[in-house]
Design a protein around this ligand. Structure first.
Ligand SMILES: *Cc1c(COP(=O)(O)O)cnc(C)c1O
Length: 377
């Protein structure tokens, strides 16, 4: 039995009260009072031109693919070491993900390899801010500008984190957040698209509202709404927004609590790193992270599956991810690789993610560190 679970979704306390209020206001469909508050908060916090809540980060990435007008055969550069939605959103439009290897320090896309992956078919780069630690955005934006490519930040794990002071998701033309219960700020399922380049803002509203200009109609800007272009229903109902609003109001406090827990692991595990048993996460100086994840990279000498089994038998809910997309059945069918995937394959086989949630006690963290130490001895 797992005594210390990998994740425990945290509720700040006002979520259900807000849901009751949404019901009282008789606004259950999307884009009501709570959704508007969330949009305003996200726009103020990130400085984006338009923030729109979505059902998920997956939905936000699918909107991005529609906004960029991805056509069959268009290529999109991204890491293979990521969640499936990064690639799937573009494959839905016939796009071809082109995978580039990751850096050894942050496990983010290696920006120095992007240039080699660019062809006449390349349309966009999708950096994934792994663990809420930013990719090298200055270099990535420079390459994109030089080759006339769009940048869609998969900032699913990046809410409340920044690069050189800029919130993640606000740097490329488009950014995508996740509010899934495994992320830092949550609404069960949930997400947002951040439109930074104003030229996409009107179409983003239309694509999200079934391809219609209903948003303008609701603002009283037009007297009837009609089908304008290809879209879908990407907006969540008010109950989700009401829940999320409670979390956004406490976003800073949530992040501070996670950072405290993260730093405590970092301190506890330093001796194990010094003994060559594992490597701890690396946070580059220009990155303010959000403690989305605490992971360790096991030393060469260990069999990860054995260690995970051992941790599990000690009641620790440690897990691993990702199966690199280029090795997955769909990845082989729909995507291609640029260069070698050596770091991707190596780190994906050595990583272990430790339990981290708001409310984990230092005693529980001591137990995790002790269990890990015993497993590695
Ligand atoms: C969680 C995650 C997603 C998907 O987010 P959903 O809100 O569950 O759709 C996409 N990309 C990355 C990198 C993620 O971690």
């Amino acid at each position: 039995m797992t005594e210390i679970p990998f994740n425990k979704p945290y509720m700040v306390g006002k979520e259900l009260y807000n849901i009751a209020e949404a019901k009282f206001l008789s606004m259950l469909a999307g884009d009501g009072v709570f959704t508007k508050r969330c949009h305003q908060w996200l726009e103020d916090y990130t400085g984006c031109n338009k923030a729109l809540l979505t059902h998920s980060c997956t939905a936000a990435l699918e909107m991005a693919a529609l906004l960029l007008d991805i056509k069959p055969g268009d290529e999109i550069i991204m890491p293979s070491y990521t969640f499936v939605s990064t690639a799937n959103a573009f494959v839905l439009r016939g796009g071809v993900p082109v995978f580039v290897d990751i850096r050894q320090d942050t496990l983010n896309i290696d920006e120095s390899l992007i240039g080699n992956a660019i062809t006449s078919h390349t349309k966009a780069i999708v950096p994934v801010h792994y663990a809420g630690v930013a990719c090298e955005m200055d270099a990535i934006m420079k390459i994109a500008e030089k080759h006339n490519l769009m940048v869609v930040e998969d900032a699913a794990q990046g809410a409340m984190a920044s690069y050189k002071g800029k919130p993640l998701g606000s740097i490329g033309q488009i950014g995508a957040y996740s509010f899934h219960e495994t992320k830092n700020i949550i609404s069960g399922e949930g997400g947002a698209i951040l439109v930074n380049d104003e030229k996409f803002s009107n179409r983003a509203e239309i694509i999200r509202e079934k391809g219609t200009d209903r948003s303008r109609f609701f603002r009283g800007e037009i007297d009837k709404y009609t089908w304008q272009e290809v879209g879908s229903s990407f907006l969540p109902g008010e109950l989700i927004a009401a829940f999320l609003w409670a979390q956004l109001e406490e976003a800073t406090a949530i992040t501070e609590k996670r950072l405290d827990a993260w730093s405590y692991y970092h301190e506890l595990l330093e001796p194990l790193e010094k003994q060559g048993l594992l490597r701890r996460p690396v946070i580059p100086e220009e990155c303010d992270h959000n403690a989305h994840m605490y992971y360790v990279i096991l030393g060469e000498q260990f069999d990860r599956n054995k260690i995970l089994k051992d941790l599990s038998s000690r009641g620790i809910g440690a897990i691993f991810h990702y199966v690199p997309l280029h090795l997955s059945p769909a990845g082989k069918r729909y995507a291609r690789v640029s260069g070698t995937m050596d770091n991707t394959v190596e780190y994906a086989s050595k990583i272990i993610r430790l339990p981290l949630w708001v409310g984990i006690s230092s005693l529980q963290q001591d137990s995790v560190a002790e269990a890990l130490k015993s497993s590695l001895k």
